[in-house]
Structures are given as C-alpha cells and as structure tokens.
Design a protein around this ligand. Structure first.
Ligand SMILES: Nc1ncnc2c1ncn2[C@@H]1O[C@H](COP(=O)(O)OP(=O)(O)OP(=O)(O)O)[C@@H](O)[C@H]1O
Length: 512
C-alpha cells in the first residue's frame, strides 16, 4: 500500500488524477471494498464545512441530490475533521450516523474506517476504507490506516497547493490587466471635496457603513460623485489593500454582462476562446462596485441575488461552484423602488441592495460646495497642463455658484478643464460664462439639453481659440513662438486636443 501511494505521488501533479490513481491502487489492496476521499474546506465566514471538488475515490456514484455541505452530526468525515482521530464504523453495531448506516446497509457495506487527511500545516478532510466483508480490525490495522492517511495527505496537499497557486496566478494576471486598464482610462478619483451640510451627512454615513461588510446602495443624479463615494467606502474599509473593481452595468451589452460578472470557461459560447475570470472573482477579498445596477436585466437578477446571499456562483459553461468573499457597493441614478413597482427589478434583490442606502444630493442642492470644487479642479488641471492660473474673479465664482449644474460635479469639472485651457498663463481663470445656460431655463425635465448645449458651445470656443492660435503661428506648434506657448499649453497637450478635435494642417489635407 505504501509503495502504491509513493508511485501515485510520483506519477501525478493534478489533484483529480492523483485521487483516481490512489483510489485504484489502494483499493486493489482491499479485497472486497473501496477507498474514498472527502476533501473539505472550512468556510470561516459561514462556519460551514464544504466538500471541495473533486470528490475522489472509488465509492459507488452518489445520487445527484447528495448535499455539498455537511450537517456535522451526520458525517464521519466532519467527526474525523473535528476530533483528528480515526473512526471505526460497524453497521451491525448501534451508534451514530444513522443516515450513513442506512445508505451503507443498502449498498451491502459492513464496516468502514475513516482516518484524517491532515498534514503538519493543514486539515484537508478524511479518507475512508470501506468493506463489504464483516471485518474485525487486527491490532495495528487502524494505526496503519492512519499512517497511509498521513502520506496521502502530503500528496494531496502538494497537488492542492499547486492548484491554488495556479488559481492565484490567474487571478493576479486578470487583476493586473484590470488595473492597467484603470490606469489607461485615467481615473482621477481622489478625495471627496466639499463641506456643505448635505455632503457632510453623506460622509458621515460613509464613515459608519465603510468598516462593516454591508452592501451599500448609492443613489443620485448622474455626475454627483457616486463612484467617488463608492471608492471612499472601499478606502475606509478593512478591504482597502485589496482591489476595488468596477463594472458599469449599463455600458455592457446585455448578452455579455453575465460573463463580465461571473466569468466563463473556454468554449462556453462562440467566441469564448479561453477561460476568463469575472468581476466577482477579480474582486475576491475586495469591493465590487456595480454602477447603474438598475440596468441589470431581469434574467441576471436571480444570479446576482444568489452571490449576494451565498457568496457563490458558477462561471458560464461550468458546473463548479466558486466561493468568493466580495463586498458589494452598487449605484444608480434611477428610482429602483419605482422599477420594483413596475416589475422591472426584483423586490428581493432591491431589499438586499437597499441595506444601507446613501443618497448623494445634486450639486444645485449644495451650492456651498461650488467654490471649493472650482478651486480644487483649477489646481488639478493647472498642474496637469503645467499652467499657472493667477486668480478666479469673484464675479466668475458668483456666476458659477448661481448656475444650476444639470450635469452636476462632472459638468463643473469639464467646464473648469476647458477654462484652464482657455486662460492665459499667470492670468485670471477665463470661464466662458455666456455658455452657461441661465438657471431659470433649466429644470429636471430638460436636464439633458442644457448639458449638451453647454458642452457644444464650450467646445466651439475652444476649437476657435486653437484654430486662431494655429493660424497666427503658421501652424508651428512647439517652441517659444509656437501655438502651444501662445495658448500656455504643453506641446503634447495641444497636440492631443487637436487630435481629439480632428485638426490637420491645411496644406496636408482637410482642415478638420
Ligand atoms: N465631491 C467631489 N469632490 C471632488 N471630485 C468630485 C466630487 N464629486 C464628483 N467629483 C468628480 O466628478 C466626476 C464625476 O464623479 P463620479 O463619476 O463619481 O459621478 P457618478 O455619480 O458616479 O456619475 P455617473 O452617474 O455618470 O456614473 C469625477 O471625476 C469625480 O472625481
């Protein structure tokens, strides 16, 4: 038997193959019986023992409805896990594990010996020697079985470690790709700026909920800073050293959303050329931010609810259950309660997400934040464009405070970015105030229009300014007499703005 273990260990690195080989090789030494393995995992957050796949051994096939979690009182494996002692079960003697005895009686099994699968580093589960013959163990038999168990445990630990390393590697590789993408898209999300009473309430709520593991639902109009708040929740939680993963549910076509969230196996659908981890796996140990959660289609809502409740799911194209430990922060600009009333959003999912709602007021409801936000964005863009801005004229600030900001902080941020570009280096901040729509003309129902109009006119003035500078400098961009210097911009900044706006030299093709 010991030789059989040694040979199987030498031959396999894959856990499934190792267990199959061990079961066959060791089973050959049990003349009328079979060998089984039960590998377990203790899920500390649920305090439950769970069978770890693959469940190896040469036991007769289990009925499909065999539970994957163990009521400890009904399982010798859980008993061996707890006591770390071998356990002899004779079905002819009375004793515990009535369910198993009944199952054994049906199969004709007479007795079984369960031994721990434990290494000096960890508990792995148990191994069972099962016999159809009524056996009375000879002195030393059980001890010998325990020794075999120790050897098998070492081999299983090696294979498990390799499997876990491979999984960790795949997760790290996916995490690296995700973070590189985040850097490329230049998310400049930092501190939450503002000291209005309304924002103060929000920050207080964040301070309370962040250290817990509760789901958080952030509501508010577009551009109010929902993502910024979600990042603050992560930063103030125990999970701050793990990844903050973001997914905008409205930005992904419905058909792809499931795979984005839960991942897929190679070949799960046409185009799935390799295995891909989903955002839930990527966020394991960290925080998942689901933006526009109201856009999750009805067919995906039960699966999302299950992950929230059980912290488990399956990748597309796989039956294997994956356990994760993810904190969910969701956001929406839509009225979820209304979607529930209309039957477009499941009420059970709504209540699960609504554990701790945080509402971000629109910028027009916290005008006090505007001056600080303007100064913050001026400093940010001045540094980014390498351009000094002297002062912000009081009448400019007053006009910005009066404006109703239908596009909220994002609109303000874009406006200041353009203003910094338009301003003369060292001079005052030049905001094209005429481009702001007067507050009277904006209300909720028309909010989309003024934002677009503002952006369009701002873009026009910027384009005009750049065109004039280029003409005046005869299309020389760099150097002391170039257009970049005239506009007070870095050469590369001007080039990238020109590219964005579609400018090309008149003598080298069309102007725009
Ligand atoms: N209080 C704030 N302090 C500093 N920056 C802010 C603040 N609020 C919002 N911003 C900035 O405004 C921009 C928009 O914020 P964010 O993306 O968090 O809004 P959102 O509500 O998630 O938008 P959407 O609904 O469109 O997803 C970001 O660049 C963010 O950094």
């Amino acid at each position: 038997m010991l030789l059989a273990v040694a040979q199987a260990v030498a031959a396999h690195t894959d856990l499934g193959a190792l267990l199959r080989d061990l079961a066959a090789a060791l089973g050959a030494h049990l003349p009328r019986g079979y060998l089984s393995f039960a590998l377990l995992e203790l899920h500390s957050h649920a305090g439950k023992l769970q069978f770890l796949e693959p469940l190896g051994g040469a036991a007769p096939p289990k009925p499909a409805d065999t539970p994957t979690e163990l009521p400890a009182a009904e399982s010798p494996t859980a008993h061996v896990w707890d006591t770390q002692e071998p356990f002899w079960l004779d079905i002819n003697a009375n004793g515990r594990f009535r369910m198993l005895r009944a199952a054994f009686a049906k199969q004709g099994v007479q007795c079984a010996c369960f031994v721990p699968l434990t290494t000096p580093r960890r508990k792995l589960g148990a191994m069972g020697f099962t016999s159809y013959l009524p056996v009375t163990p000879a002195p030393g038999d059980i001890d010998f079985a325990v020794q075999v168990g120790r050897l098998v445990a070492l081999a299983v630990e090696g294979a498990l470690t390799r499997q876990e390393l491979e999984r960790a590697n795949a997760r790290l590789a996916a995490e690296k790709l995700y973070l590189e993408e985040e850097i490329r898209t230049d998310r400049r999300m930092g501190e939450v700026v503002g000291a209005s009473p309304a924002l103060h309430v929000v920050l207080q709520q964040v301070g309370v909920v962040a250290p817990t593991d509760s789901a958080v639902l952030i509501t508010g109009e577009t551009g109010t800073g929902k993502e910024l708040i979600a990042r603050a929740v992560h930063r103030l939680s125990e999970r701050r050293d793990r990844t903050f993963v973001k997914l905008n549910c409205a930005a992904i076509p419905t058909g792809l959303l499931e795979s984005e969230l839960f991942g897929h196996e190679k070949g799960a659908f046409t185009g799935a050329v390799e295995r891909r981890l989903g955002r839930f796996e990527l966020a394991d140990g960290g925080t998942l931010f689901l933006d526009e959660v109201g856009d999750i289609p009805p067919e995906l809502q039960p699966k999302l609810l299950r992950v929230l409740q059980e912290q488990e799911f399956e990748r597309l194209g796989s039956a294997k259950t994956i356990k994760v430990n993810v904190r969910l922060v969701a956001a929406t600009h839509r009225n979820l309660a209304k979607l529930v009333a209309e039957g477009k959003f499941r009420s059970d999912l709504y209540y699960r997400l609504h554990v701790f709602p945080v509402h971000l007021p629109a910028l027009r409801e916290r005008h006090e934040d505007i001056p600080e936000l303007v100064r913050h964005f001026v400093a940010l863009f001045a540094q980014r464009f390498g351009k000094k801005i002297g002062t912000i004229p009081p009448e400019t600030m007053a006009a910005l405070e009066r404006y109703s900001w239908p596009g909220n902080v994002r609109e303000l941020e874009h406006l200041v970015e353009r203003a910094v570009i338009l301003s003369i280096p060292g001079g005052e901040l030049r905001v094209p105030l005429n481009d702001l729509i007067s507050p009277e003309s904006t209300d909720e129902s028309t909010s989309e229009v003024p934002v677009l109009a503002t952006r369009a006119t701002l873009l026009e003035s910027e384009r005009e300014l750049i065109r004039r500078a280029l003409d005046e400098c005869e299309w020389i961009i760099g150097g002391p007499s170039g257009a970049a210097a005239r506009l007070g911009l870095k050469r590369t900044t001007l080039l990238s703005r020109m590219k964005k706006m579609g400018f090309t030299r008149p003598d080298r093709g069309s102007v725009e």
